[in-house]
Design a protein around this ligand. Structure first.
Ligand code: COI
Length: 358
């Protein structure tokens, strides 16, 4: 039995939101996990504290130089039990991101234990409706108040819990419209595109706004050198079905190694599909569409789950994929993936991790 971590109780519990109006990331539970770092003590004071505002120095380095990384994962409830989905993958990746920003790594097992205890306290907040889950947002940021450009000597980790529904607002598996960005780039090799750092998302916003102004839901990024090869959507990795085969851009150093991406590749292979991880040019996709070889496109991400793409706009061309309908392979992968996550299907790989009652 693991030791219980410190728990600071709040006076009044919040009212829970209407389950039919969850949206994504709008509501937060009563408590959060908190962990502090300083140069003398290392990581210390792991505790569950009331969710609420925190005090931060106006000179905190994160506010000036952006030393911040985050993660996203989910918890599901079924038959009275709450499970986390592949949480160790997220904690492995948070350390990868921390290392890239020269921030101190964290004991992954301790973090997982802290998360389990937090979710145990908040198990009543895990929604059970179709397509709903408890979205979990761990993040770490630099707190030292000093304006010199060097790594901070102090940091804070927080984990927030947010009961959520579908990321795009509509029903699950509603095809999205994607704008292929040909002006701005998201990342270059040697940069931070492979890490989940806050700045990657800040850098994507202008293109996202421009795309939204033209009626598109998301931006598909091309590589930062030739602007020729497809990389990722920013909130999702991307997959194409070409001649019945799944094709996805290979992890080349500027693409985020998505955990849903990894799971879908593993799942697709088990279901008997061929999967290719390789460079995919935008020209190849347009040609494959014109010849009829490109039959489905979908994105994968923790928040977005599996999201079919119905339209892709590149320069002056808009291609419509599978009649703007969810394709057969996308549907099958979605059902299998969500079935395992939500506990409706068996989990032979042990991806679900039970949250014990402490
Ligand atoms: C996630 O899928 O968890 C993400 O991090 C994407 C987005 C909400 C930032």
């Amino acid at each position: 039995m693991s030791e219980k971590i410190k728990f600071v109780q709040r006076e009044n519990l919040k009212e829970k939101p209407d389950p039919s109006d969850l949206g994504f990331g709008k509501y937060f539970t009563d408590y959060m996990l908190s962990f502090d770092y300083d140069i003398d003590q290392g990581w210390h004071d792991l505790q569950i504290v009331p969710y609420g505002p925190i005090e931060i120095s106006p000179a905190a380095q994160v506010l000036h130089y952006g030393q911040a990384v985050f993660e996203g994962l989910k918890a599901y409830k079924h038959e009275g039990e709450v499970d986390l989905f592949r949480p160790s993958e997220n904690f492995k990746r948070i350390n990868h991101s921390l290392a890239r920003l020269d921030m101190p790594e964290i004991d992954e097992a301790l973090l997982l234990e802290g998360l389990k205890q937090l979710v145990d306290v908040e198990r009543d907040w895990v929604p059970e409706g179709e397509g709903q889950s408890l979205y979990i947002r761990p993040f770490v940021f630099a707190t030292e108040g000093i304006l010199g450009v060097r790594p901070s000597y102090s940091y804070k980790l927080l984990i927030l819990l947010s009961p959520s529904g579908s990321y795009y607002g509509g029903a699950s598996l509603q095809p999205t419209k994607i704008y292929v960005e040909d002006e701005y780039v998201r990342a270059v090799r040697g940069g931070v595109g492979h890490a989940k750092v806050a700045g990657n998302y800040a850098a994507s916003l202008l293109a996202q706004t421009n795309a939204a102004d033209q009626g598109y839901d998301q931006v598909l990024w091309l590589d930062g050198v030739e602007q020729k090869y497809v990389e990722e959507v920013g909130s999702m990795n991307i997959f194409f079905v070409e001649n019945g085969k799944l094709v996805t851009p290979e992890l080349n150093g500027s693409i985020l190694p998505g955990i849903t991406r990894k799971t879908i590749i593993e799942l697709a292979k088990k279901l008997g599909y061929e999967v290719e991880e390789r460079r995919v040019s935008i020209d190849e996709l347009i040609e494959a569409h014109n010849s009829g070889a490109l039959t489905e496109v979908f994105g994968t991400g923790t928040a977005a789950v599996i999201s079919p793409v119905g339209k892709l706009k590149y320069e002056d061309t808009e291609i419509v994929i599978n009649n703007n309908e969810t394709g057969e392979i996308t549907q099958k992968l979605y059902e299998n993936y969500i079935g395992i996550q939500s506990g409706k299907l068996d989990d032979p790989e042990g991806w679900r991790v039970v949250v014990p009652r402490y």
